[in-house]
Design a protein around this ligand. Structure first.
Ligand code: AGP
Length: 612
């Protein structure tokens, strides 16, 4: 979704803004723009549809634009098609105020009509321009930008992160947020606002997270923060401890491939500190044994791949905890009148910690008395800060839109939490507890072995990349894993695919299997392997080409039936999806590569989905 950056400092702003926007390209966008205030020529705005490179060429890397104060934006279109006019920054009618916005203004039409009646002319189709015009209206009324921003915020409804500059203010930019991420960066040569820390990490590691309703005034020397009544607020500073190189490709062709390869290490970092003397230790959460024993039901709410982690966890947790686990898409949960009360534990899974649907669902769950435990990758993100408890996945920054290492670390962390709760409840045997933990510690090394065989998958991708419709089938955990394999393929290769529970095929979908249809058969879940094989035989009998994923234990049986087989190491069934998903990620990657797709920035998608 849209990326925002703002800088007020002692260096030329435009190159810094372009650099920051480049680091947020991964968020997904269709147009880009910057506005800079210069002593000599007031506000200068450059914006264009398409890649940031176009904007950079247009401004000679920003060198053309004088001035040390500016804002920048990458837009992911919501209101109005992606074009030069709808791109941000938007400028008020008298040319004095420029604004960038991430979010959606829900009552923009009503405000627009009101302003039109006052004679204001609009140039774009966006909701964001309405805010720029409304600001000018209130600024003319009160003569203070801060006061005008306060008035505008009281008038608008929806979600927003704003960066605003005004030609009357040579050094100050104003920022405000509600339900869209915005951080403040304290640099040596100036101060920043940005949608995420990747944009500013090159300049500073000293950041603060803006809260909903806050307004910040950023100058080269200071950042003053106010609440919605314009009363000053103190902000807690945080130090970012990851390295700039973590958000760079480091010799890999794509972030996605780099992140696939980083998975063993990411899992090690997520798991190791939480296992001590053969026990799961979750120091960072405050669930008491008494509370856990009173849990009547468990919800997992999430979107996309994080939701698929929930689907795997449902099988594992119900097996380990003997408690009902319901997995809900956050966008459905929030409007579903969910059955949540004080005895409901609500797991909230999100890589970014900023997914608006997930955040809204979490708030709804809390409003109804549920206790929320968030599994989040981005430290200091909104979900992490609002949940009752948070456990971080230590995957490091994930840049590719298609998640891989965040998914894998979410999966193992959910397994760890499941074991921890099952132990408190006394629903897991000592033997199984020890077996899962031992295998969990062996997981990075086993995953490394899967990764070392990447060329097998690369070869199969080169055989199958021309298929237009692909089915992923499996039972139980294999089915849940197939959901993720199918999503990976869809999002980066644009091939239509579906994941099906193998046993359900005969109830309708098997009619789509015809000679040559590619079926990715997942046969890694040992307890149901024979049943899964029967379904593989069924699709083969109807002419399907079968690419199978199975474990060492079943290699021989599978190779007799499938056309192609990828073999992964055996592990405890609870952890098998953690290994099984890796060839599926690689398959999606190599298929997309063969098809010439933009792997790290697939069409229409955004990394962090901050609108509803
Ligand atoms: C996964 O590859 C997708 N990019 C997407 O489904 C993602 O998992 C979803 O948008 C949820 O994001 P979150 O984990 O940041 O909340």
């Amino acid at each position: 979704m849209c990326g925002i950056i703002g800088f007020s400092g002692r260096e030329q702003a435009a190159p810094i803004l372009l650099d920051g926007l480049a680091r947020m390209e991964y968020r997904g966008y269709d147009s880009a723009g910057i506005a800079v205030r210069a002593e000599t020529c007031g506000l200068q705005v450059k914006k264009t549809k398409g890649r940031l490179q176009v904007l950079s060429t247009l401004t000679h890397g920003g060198a053309d634009l004088e001035g040390t104060l500016g804002i920048g934006h990458t837009r992911w279109a919501t209101h109005g098609e992606p074009n030069d006019i709808n791109a941000h920054p938007h400028v008020s009618e008298n040319g004095q105020i420029a604004l960038v916005h991430n979010g959606i203004i829900e009552n923009y039409l009503e405000i627009k009509e009101h302003l039109q009646k006052q004679g204001v002319t609009f140039t774009s189709d966006t909701d964001s321009e309405v805010v720029a015009q409304l600001l000018e209206f209130h600024y003319n009324e009160c003569g203070s930008m801060l006061e005008a921003v306060g008035r505008v915020l009281r008038r608008i409804e929806g979600s927003y992160a704003f960066g605003i500059i005004c030609s009357d203010y040579p050094n100050a930019l104003i920022a405000a947020r509600k339900d869209s991420p915005l951080i403040l960066g304290y640099g040596e040569n100036g101060n920043f606002i940005a949608s995420d820390v990747t944009a500013v990490i090159k300049y500073t590691r000293d950041v603060a997270y803006m809260d909903d309703g806050e307004i910040a005034v950023v100058t080269p020397e200071t950042i003053d923060v106010f609440d919605s009544e314009l009363m000053p607020r103190e902000k807690e500073h945080h130090q970012i401890d990851w390295d700039v190189s973590a958000a760079e490709k480091g010799g890999y062709a794509h972030f996605m491939f780099k992140e696939i390869m980083e998975q063993p290490e990411a899992i090690r970092k997520t798991v190791s500190p939480r296992i001590r003397e053969g026990r799961v230790v979750l120091d960072d959460i405050s669930l008491t044994a008494e509370y856990v024993k009173g849990i009547s039901r468990i919800f997992v709410i999430a979107c996309g791949s994080s939701y698929h982690v929930g689907m795997v966890s449902k099988y594992n947790w119900e097996h380990l905890l003997r408690r009902p686990v319901e997995v809900c898409l956050a966008s459905e949960f929030r409007y579903s009148d969910p059955l949540v009360d004080e005895s409901t534990l609500v797991l909230v899974i999100s890589q970014s910690g900023e997914t608006l649907d997930t955040m809204a669902a979490m708030r709804e769950a809390r409003r109804r008395g549920g206790r929320t435990l968030a599994i989040v990758n981005v430290v200091g993100s909104s979900i992490a800060r609002e949940a009752d408890d948070v456990l971080y996945t230590w995957a490091g920054p994930e840049i590719a839109v298609a998640t891989t290492k965040a998914y894998s670390t979410q999966l193992v962390l959910m397994d760890l939490v499941g074991l921890y709760l099952a132990d408190l409840l006394g629903t897991v045997s000592r033997e199984e507890y020890d077996a899962v933990l031992a295998e969990m510690q062996a997981l990075p090394e086993k995953m490394q072995r899967v990764l070392e065989n990447f060329e097998d998958v690369q070869y199969f991708a080169s055989r199958y990349f021309n298929h237009n419709s692909i089915f992923f089938i499996g039972r139980n955990l294999d089915y849940a894993m197939g959901l993720e394999g199918s999503l990976k393929l869809k999002e980066i290769s644009y091939i239509h695919s579906e994941a099906y529970a193998s046993g359900e095929l005969k109830h309708g979908t098997i009619s789509l299997i015809e000679p040559g249809t590619l079926v990715v058969a997942l046969g890694t879940f040992a307890p149901l392997f024979d049943k899964a094989m029967s379904n593989v035989v069924e699709v083969k009998a109807r002419g399907a080409e079968v690419l199978a994923v199975t474990t060492e234990m079943f290699r021989e049986k599978m190779e007799k039936t499938a056309n192609s087989t990828v073999v992964i190491p055996d592990t405890h069934p609870v952890l098998q999806p953690s290994l099984g998903v890796v060839p599926l990620q690689l398959f999606a990657y190599y298929v997309a590569l063969q098809r010439g797709c933009d792997i790290d920035k697939p069409r229409n998608l955004a990394k962090s989905v901050t609108v509803e």
